[in-house]
Design a protein around this ligand. Structure first.
Ligand SMILES: [Zn+2]
Length: 292
């Protein structure tokens, strides 16, 4: 009797394990189909592209989202000494569209949120080491927060003049980080769909926000952003077609995974990035990013 019950329980456990395994497998497969299908479909071809995500570059205490200028410089030295070449998003986009080649060891450097210190403390480093980066600005921060308290390296955001200066340096492309959806307050997480929200309503809300910043950036630098960074890495599938229709050719996530860039432009929707936390040494971070 005891043995029979034990066997029955064992059987139930095995069935439950199989079910959990199957459900996890389905979610994993859906996730891969949504974000990584093109990148994984290359048959041995394609170029590996590690992508770094910085936020604030400031000479205070390092943190999860704060890297000191000394750390940022040490990162650039490491990349140079290990044969990496910083590429622009435009070069990567052109490659997927069949134009040009990428260097042997490309790296894409991204800067999120639009901190002023990226102009005051990081642009000189990009110039010193002949590298380039992509800056993702939040429209409302640049419109309202930056002019209210500008040019304090610890916390100020870029003003539109600063954005223009970064862009005119020829080393920094301007990307969108939404006009006003960089928030975890309320029911919406970043620019994700709210549970139960009508899909068409969501598309309209997102399109209005994205278009607003596209037009504002264009009015200042004469070019529309082609790169979009999802706030907090939060993604809803309907966002992809909306972003495409707004002229976005590359979307950046916070999944920490390598990327394979192919000649298929669709491989750029869902680019994975490694957050450069100031709590790691350059060697620790680069080992995670590149495996070297
Ligand atoms: Zn952000």
């Amino acid at each position: 009797m005891y043995q029979e019950r034990g066997l029955k329980r064992l059987g139930i456990t095995i069935i439950a394990d199989i079910l959990i395994f199957a459900v996890c497998g389905v979610f994993f497969a859906i996730g891969r189909l949504m974000f990584f299908s093109s990148a994984d479909n290359n048959s041995g071809a394609g170029v590996s592209l590690p992508v770094i995500m910085y936020h604030s570059i400031y000479s205070g205490s390092p943190g999860e989202y704060i890297v000191t200028p000394a750390q940022a410089e040490s990162d650039l030295i490491w990349l140079r000494d290990h044969g990496y070449t910083a590429v622009s998003a435009a070069e990567v986009i052109a490659y997927t569209e069949g134009h040009g080649e990428l260097p042997d060891k490309p790296v894409l450097i991204t800067l999120d949120d639009g901190f002023y210190n990226c102009l005051s403390d990081y642009l000189p480093l990009l110039e010193k080491y002949d590298m380039c980066a992509v800056m993702a600005v939040v429209g409302k921060y640049t419109d309202e927060l930056a002019p209210a308290d500008p040019h304090v390296p610890a916390y100020s955001y870029l003003t539109w003049n600063d954005v223009e200066e970064l862009y005119n340096s020829g080393r920094v492309e301007i990307a969108s980080h939404t006009y006003d959806m960089h928030s975890l307050k309320g029911r919406r997480r970043g620019c994700t769909m709210i549970s139960g929200e009508n899909e068409e309503d969501y598309r309209n809300v997102l399109r209005a926000d994205i278009d607003m910043l596209q037009n504002e950036v264009y009015s200042h630098i004469g070019a529309y952003p082609e790169v979009f960074a999802y706030p907090f890495g939060g993604i809803s599938r309907p966002s992809i077609s909306v972003l495409k229709s707004c002229g976005i050719k590359m979307t950046l996530t916070c999944y920490e995974k390598p990327n394979i860039i192919t000649r298929d432009p669709d491989c750029l929707y869902g680019i994975c990035r490694y957050n450069r936390s100031g709590l790691y040494s350059t060697e620790e971070f680069m080992s995670k990013l590149t495996g070297e």
